[in-house]
Design a protein around this ligand. Structure first.
Ligand code: ZN
Length: 78
């Protein structure tokens, strides 16, 4: 049986599907018994999902779009 500290150490690889079958089973067995680690893994999962959705360079992209819009606006005014 894993200890909570061991589970925390494995949790990131668990979410990335990097664990061996044996490790994965150990993690699942622990999660089935331990609500604290369930909550921890759930929060980690949400954090990773949010990080993946963040655009790479939002500010540069916005500047680019603003310039394109401004140029289009100037053109339309002839
Ligand atoms: Zn635990």
């Amino acid at each position: 049986m894993l200890k909570c500290r061991q589970l925390v150490a494995l949790s990131s690889d668990y979410l990335d599907a990097q664990l061996s079958l044996r490790q994965r089973l150990a993690v699942r067995a622990h999660l089935a018994m331990c609500w604290k680690c369930r909550r921890f893994v759930r929060q980690l999962q949400l954090t990773q999902a949010v990080l993946r959705q963040m655009p790479e360079a939002p500010i540069d992209d916005l500047d680019e779009r603003a310039r394109a819009l401004a140029a289009a606006h100037r053109d339309s005014q002839g």
